[in-house]
Design a protein around this ligand. Structure first.
Ligand code: ADP
Ligand code: MG
Length: 392
């Protein structure tokens, strides 16, 4: 990464405002999945070991620009304290005189966690006033929230313009892995895309077709391609508005684009539905394609086994229902078994990999679904762009 790193800053004795991505699920006052908190720990531990005074800020959920107890950071503070085995001073606001006063009284031990940044309407508007109030709290700013880097908000962009700024360790790792894939991948580079909609991922398909040696497409989006080929797709999910686009992509891609050869069809999207495998040009009317089948997994596995670099986003089927999880499982196992550098992005794909207990077999699992896709699309992430380049 060509951005200044937290390791380039002299943080000793300094107050460092750290934008983290603690947007974790909370139920009955408890964090039910602490992955994102854990992923931020290296930066927090680094700052503590260097004698800095970390002041953490994040958003959780989608409060409507005002305090909402449902989205308070207290459960996060509790879990963070357990994981760090450190005192976490949780404040009930993100900015303002009370926060400044509390920070003034702080003996500098442990860490501070500010309240949910989205309790302020200025956060998502990147309001300069909120940015100034945030900047008043610290000497330095570090952004470790890759998952929020595609948003130009006060905590990701506004404040970064006002304080000496740098990327955190997770941010660096995320960008470095994605750059490995995008800039100069070891070949063959095999990309795998799935999930619900072509329309969501059109830019990603285009970008990957330009970079990958093979692009394997599963999930619901393959049916838009099949319909564009003139196949009967029954009741499968199809985006009629994208048929022309799909045709254009297929024409330009030649054999770089690899589509399924067989799929699992069922009469409804439910556990216990009548299901069977069919070839892709034999989908019966009244049935819908809900997963890729064994022949496709075998075909995809050959490409995956041959790869030196893999990027995967989007499940191969409706993996939330066991009957339609086989394709995603097969692909996940193939990626896990390969010795390629493998990068997994996307909320649902990551959930599928975790459900299968295969996280440790992947080279890197991105914490940012939307952010990783935008990066792969070639878009500049505002939260990264705003950070100064590294010196020399
Ligand atoms: P990610 O979060 O990994 O980027 P998406 O959000 O794009 O993935 O898509 C995930 C969703 O796509 C899942 O909820 C899954 O059930 C759905 N899906 C996958 N294949 C199909 C299919 N054949 N028909 C309908 N939905 C599908
Ligand atoms: Mg998703």
């Amino acid at each position: 990464m060509n951005k200044r790193s937290v390791r380039d800053l002299d943080v000793q004795g300094k107050r460092v405002l750290v934008r983290v991505d603690f947007n974790v699920p909370v139920k009955d006052g408890r964090v039910t999945d602490d992955t994102r908190i854990r992923r931020a720990l290296p930066t927090v531990r680094y700052l503590l070991s260097e004698g800095a005074r970390p002041v953490l800020i994040s958003h959780v959920g989608r409060p409507k620009g005002e305090p909402d107890p449902k989205y308070a950071m207290d459960p996060v503070a509790h879990r963070l304290g357990e994981l760090l085995n450190q005192q976490v001073m949780k404040l009930d606001a993100s900015v303002g005189p009370e926060v400044e006063e509390e920070l003034g009284k702080w003996d500098g031990r442990g860490i501070v966690l500010l309240e949910n940044s989205r309790f302020y309407p200025g956060e998502t508007k990147n309001d300069p006033d909120l940015a100034r109030q945030l900047a008043a709290l610290a000497d330095l700013y570090v952004n470790d929230a890759f998952g929020a880097a595609h948003r130009a908000h006060a905590t990701t962009v506004g404040v970064a313009e006002l304080l000496p700024a740098a990327a955190g360790l997770l941010m660096e790792e995320e960008i470095d892995y994605l750059d490995t894939v995008l800039r100069d991948p070891e070949r063959p580079f095999v990309a795998i895309l799935g999930g619900a909609k072509v329309s969501d991922k059109l830019g990603v398909i285009e970008s990957l077709l330009g970079k990958a040696d093979r692009l394997l497409i599963g999930g619901a989006m393959c049916f838009t391609f099949f319909k564009a080929k003139g196949y009967e797709v029954g009741d499968s999910l199809v985006e009629e508005d994208y048929l022309e686009e799909a045709k254009r992509l297929m024409d330009g891609a030649g054999d770089r684009l690899v589509l399924p050869i067989d799929v699992v069809v069922a009469d409804r999207m439910e556990e216990g539905a009548e299901s069977r495998a069919v070839e892709v040009n034999r989908i019966p009317q009244g049935m819908m394609g809900l997963d890729v089948s064994l022949g496709t997994v075998g075909l995809f596995r050959e490409h995956i086994a041959n790869a030196k670099t893999i990027f995967w986003n989007g499940p191969m089927g409706v993996f939330e229902i066991d009957a339609f999880a086989g394709g995603t499982e097969g692909v996940a196992k193939a990626v896990a078994a390969s010795d390629a550098t493998s990068v997994i992005g996307g909320g649902d794909s990551v959930a599928a990999v975790r459900k299968l207990g295969l996280e440790d077999e992947m080279s890197f699992i991105s914490t940012g679904g939307g952010a990783s896709l935008e990066y792969v699309e070639g878009k500049e992430l505002p939260g990264v762009a705003v950070l100064p380049d590294e010196e020399g």
